[in-house]
Write a protein that binds this ligand. Structure first.
Ligand SMILES: *[C@@H]1O[C@H](CO)[C@@H](O)[C@H](O)[C@H]1NC(C)=O
Ligand SMILES: *[C@@H]1O[C@H](CO)[C@@H](O)[C@H](O)[C@H]1NC(C)=O
Ligand SMILES: *[C@@H]1O[C@H](CO)[C@@H](O)[C@H](O)[C@H]1NC(C)=O
Ligand SMILES: *[C@@H]1O[C@H](CO)[C@@H](O)[C@H](O)[C@H]1NC(C)=O
Length: 236
């Protein structure tokens, strides 16, 4: 019998103040107005610096290719900044306090992963929206698969720990990067069971080949699996 599971999801799109369709439209149109240019840093005084806060959630490590020194991770970035030019008086827009703007409609920091292993194509996507509150706070939460370079030092193998960094920098502005460090510790038990254990057992068995009579085929059929085992240990 096949079990069919029906999941019913109900979304409530919360009303925003006493706003009307017209209020929402006028607000969205602010980003497209001639007063707003997404290529200009959203500061009234352009001599000031814009503060971008960056956080990171590590969801998983997909792969750590040690010969290639490439680490593949799945992360979510938490990016916050203040957009002074998008901020609005909520009373002029029917009390709307927060609004979602498509990511490509407004200014956002040109963040890059500077130690990317592959060519880097930017964060987020066109169908991702950013939360903007009426005081201009913007929140951007792109989820991303990252491939970063991580130099491997196996001097202490198999007791080694590897430290991999994710360097984020803003391409267009002052130099300076934010670094997130991931410390990876090798699990010794894995290598004992899958690498060293078989090598030791196989090395002990090896000399016993000479106890078998040379004129029968047994020596070969005994030694072959041993050689096979040794050759394939490195593929684990
Ligand atoms: C803003 O302009 C872009 C392209 O010019 C368009 O795709 C988008 O729908 C516009 N948004 C609004 C809210 O008018
Ligand atoms: C802009 O900021 C700079 C430095 O904070 C200040 O010296 C300057 O007077 C400001 N300009 C205006 C127009 O407020
Ligand atoms: C990335 O930025 C960091 C810190 O500024 C720097 O040490 C590193 O060399 C940069 N890496 C590349 C590949 O540019
Ligand atoms: C906007 O950001 C500032 C500074 O981070 C904070 O003090 C303020 O509470 C934020 N406003 C909202 C509505 O979250």
């Amino acid at each position: 019998m096949r079990l069919t599971l029906l999941v019913l999801c109900v979304y409530f799109v919360v009303p925003m103040g006493t706003s009307t369709v017209d209020d929402v439209n006028r607000l969205l149109a602010r980003a497209n107005s001639t007063n707003y240019n997404k290529r200009i840093r959203p500061l009234k005084n352009q001599t000031n610096a814009i503060e971008v806060k960056l956080g990171l959630i590590l969801y998983s490590i997909q792969d750590f290719d040690q010969p290639k020194e490439a680490l593949s991770t799945s992360v979510q970035l938490l990016v916050h900044w203040q957009d002074e030019l998008l901020a609005w008086e909520k009373d002029e827009y029917g009390g709307i306090e927060e609004m979602l703007f498509p990511q490509d409609d407004i200014w956002k920091p040109d963040l890059r992963l500077n130690n990317s292993y592959k060519s880097f194509t930017g964060f987020g996507s066109a169908d991702l929206s950013l939360w903007v509150s009426n005081d201009g706070n913007v929140s951007w939460f792109p989820i991303q698969a990252l491939d970063s370079q991580c130099s491997v030092n196996t001097y202490k193998f198999p007791h080694d720990t590897q430290t991999c960094s994710l360097f984020f920098e803003s391409a267009e502005h002052e130099p300076g990067a934010v670094e997130f460090k991931l410390v990876l510790e090798r699990r010794l038990s894995y290598y004992m069971i899958h690498i060293f254990g078989p090598i030791i057992v196989v090395s002990i068995l090896g000399p016993f080949t000479f106890l078998l009579p040379a004129d029968k085929g047994d020596r070969i059929s005994f030694a072959n699996p041993i050689l096979y085992e040794l050759r394939h240990v490195d593929q684990r």
